[in-house]
Design a protein around this ligand. Sequence first.
Ligand code: PDD
Length: 287
Amino acid sequence: MSRIAYVNGRFAPHRDAAVHIEDRGYQFADAVYEVIAIQNGRFVDEEPHLDRLDRSLGELRLAPPVARPALKHILRETVRRNRVRDGIVYMQVSRGVARRDHAFPAHRNSSLVVTARTTKPKSAAKSGGVTVVTTEDIRWKRCDIKTVGLLPNVLAKQMAAEAGAYEAWLIGADGAITECTSANAWIVTRGRDVVTQSPTHAILNGITRRTVRAIAEEAGYRVVERSFTLDEALAAAEAFLTSTTSHVMPVVRIDGRPVGDGRPGPLTGALQEKYEAHAGMAPGDGA
Ligand code: PDD
């Protein structure tokens, strides 16, 4: 089946879909994005994702390309035309097309691109957990804004891929682990505290992170938002990462050293199960 993309008011075959060469997203990474999971035909945590999109737009003074009801319609139509039941919908808003000049253009004609595709949940395919490597976090000071300026993330993810790892955990200037290249990082201490970095400007405040936090607290676990170091992660009972596409993913090795007994931990497993129920996955989906 051929894929269809939405670009600035039109649906077009994916292979022909294009933005102008002077789109500011292309020239300056002057653009923000969101990724929402579709599970059994349902959007997972749609409103929080759209709220975060609004926040990213506001922080960069980007004009919303369409009002929320229209955006929701476009997202649904893109998902429908691509026949996605389980997968993701991607949306990107840039400051539009203008002659190259760093300062904002006079117009407020943002560009909107939406794509959708079928994917398998990664957590089911990686039931033994994943390995990660660490590297310096060389990103800017506003990682809370979900911009397409992802070059440091790309370089770190490539480093991880070349090392045979699933993700890179990024280490900030203070020696604390901030997050992963495209997910949030968590540990479970030997005292059973569930720990993740607080939502400062140093990380993206993941929607999955927020949902997992609520799920963990509801289940009676103590969630602590604070910095933690690599040494603390290596001494932890369990580790995992969270994102829209990875859900709750157990981390079993960091820089080649085992976390806990080197197998997915029980508390992580419990959170994974609860998150997948929240996301509307039937037990065994994607396995
Ligand atoms: N990435 N941190 C970073 C740097 C991310 O890029 C992401 C998501 C997350 C997790 O956020 P959420 O739980 O809202 O997906 C944390 C998306 C999936 C991506 O870039 O494809």
